[in-house]
Design a binder for this molecule. Structure first.
Ligand SMILES: *Cc1c(COP(=O)(O)O)cnc(C)c1O
Ligand SMILES: [Zn+2]
Length: 453
């Protein structure tokens, strides 16, 4: 039987098996890519596993999570901007449009394949995720629905963004860190280095990029073509890279032709990739990321990534160059105006980051960068919070530790959490295959802690 996929390094060209490998074993810096052996066949069923052929997990058939992006042709906003072919990809809660992403952002499409990839490729290890909120919430939800364990590391001031819907995240260990995103990342790195834990890998993790590529796949099938333009607000650029790679894959398999121009936006004043791109640089310099104070002034602080994969091979600079793309800087006033217009024209509230994207489309239309008749895909990466909180019960995820840094008691707590959830961690390959199978068959039971004795 041929393997479902291999990983390929675009720098040295070598291909290898996936062992939750997030960097080239030969030491190249490039982002690895998945190479699937099969053409995509859309499956029946719910959620992003409809696109499971192009997700880096083998056993995807038993999992039923309903979150999936939806694509529709805009009337209201399109009319407002005089665009004739504006399509919206919406990742959030919008029942009138059949959108049921309960944590209200596209981060859920990264979370599910990442969990599955860890279960299969790094069995017996617990995923560690650092986040300013949206990512942690998405991973908490998937953990709650599947029972798969996770450690979430979030700045203390953002822990109220970590909640689940419908069910509690009993197997999520939430750590509240004194400080900002950078401190959460440092802390997450220390936890991932403990025995039995593993870092999720960010943009380097192919499961995150391929998960977000589903946005383009859904849109392309809905539109029966690949759009000429793609708009998205970026922090790390993971989503934009996933979309770019998904478009190339559709081309390679002869399913649809063309690659969208990437129009990527950031929230001023903290907009490192926008600054570098406008200055014609393929590298970020210290000046681009220095002003930490400006992060506090951002309307959309989920976009405040200081180390995006911009200059690395296969990263954002390459994607912008290859597609003839553009970058936009959007200030807070423009965001608020975009939010108001979108909500009144489309009937749903926006995540602040999605407002950045809508504002960038307005800038592009104003500047005449897009033709009024061209097919445009606007990625509304998050929204629907107001409606969700009215319709559904939301559970806060309990903070299990508050910390300024690693300390012995925290290490003990994490080890206890690990040992309760993974009572017999595999030490041989035979038992890891055993675990692999049991994970696929019964994801919830496989990870539930033993009943209290
Ligand atoms: C994370 C996030 C983004 C940015 O995505 P990246 O892949 O980090 O560039 C945009 N919008 C929303 C709602 C997000 O949560
Ligand atoms: Zn290599």
């Amino acid at each position: 039987m041929t393997r479902k996929y291999v990983l390929r390094c675009p720098e040295c060209g070598s291909a290898f098996d996936d062992e939750f490998t997030n960097s080239c074993p030969h030491g190249c810096a490039a982002l690895l890519k998945t190479e699937y052996s099969c053409r995509l066949t859309l499956r029946a069923g719910t959620g992003i596993l409809r696109f499971g052929d192009w997700l880096p997990a083998e056993n995807t058939s038993d999992i039923q999570l309903e979150g999936v992006p939806i694509t529709y042709k805009s009337d209201g906003l399109a009319e407002e901007l005089r665009l004739r072919n504006l399509y919206i990809s919406f990742s959030g809660y919008f029942p009138e449009r059949n959108a049921y992403v309960k944590t209200c952002t596209f981060k859920e499409f990264e979370a599910l394949p990442t969990f599955l990839r860890v279960a299969e490729r790094a069995p017996g290890r617990i995923l560690v995720v650092s986040s300013v909120g949206n990512t942690a919430r998405a991973f908490a939800q998937v953990s709650a629905e599947t029972g798969m364990p996770v450690v979430l590391v979030v700045p203390k001031r953002n822990v109220d963004r970590v909640w689940t819907v419908g069910t509690r995240a009993e197997n999520a260990f939430l750590v509240a860190v004194d400080g900002d995103y950078r401190d959460a990342i440092t802390m997450g790195g220390e936890i991932a280095a403990l025995d039995g834990f593993i870092a999720e890998g960010g943009a380097r993790n192919v499961a995150r990029r391929d998960g977000l590529g589903v946005v383009l796949l859904d849109a392309a099938f809905h539109m029966s073509s690949i759009p000429a333009h793609y708009f998205q607000a970026v922090g790390s650029g993971t989503g934009a890279l996933g979309v770019w790679e998904a478009a190339l894959r559709l081309n390679a398999f002869g399913i649809f032709k063309g690659v969208p121009k990437l129009h990527l936006s950031q929230n001023l004043p903290f907009a490192p990739m926008f600054r570098a791109w406008k200055a014609g640089r393929s590298e970020l310099i210290d000046d681009d990321v220095r002003d930490g104070e400006s992060i506090k002034k951002m309307h959309a602080d989920v976009l405040s990534n200081r180390k995006p994969p911009y200059s690395v091979r296969g990263g954002v600079y390459d994607a912008l160059t290859a597609t003839g793309g553009e970058m936009y800087g959007v200030n807070n006033d423009e965001c608020i105006e975009a939010e108001r217009i979108f909500e009144s024209e489309e009937g749903i509230d926006l995540d602040p980051a999605a407002a950045v994207c809508v504002a960038s489309l307005m800038q592009a239309v104003e500047a005449g960068v897009v033709d009024k008749g061209e097919k445009i895909l606007l990625n509304v990466t998050g929204g629907g919070y107001k409606k969700l909180k009215k319709d559904l019960k939301v559970y806060e995820v309990r903070v299990r530790a508050e910390t300024e840094g690693m300390f012995p008691e925290l290490k003990c707590m994490l080890e206890e959490f690990r040992d309760a959830i993974l009572p017999s961690r595999p030490s041989t390959s035979a038992s890891s295959q055993q675990q692999r199978r049991s994970v696929a068959r019964t994801p919830r039971q496989a990870f539930l802690p033993p009943p209290p004795s």
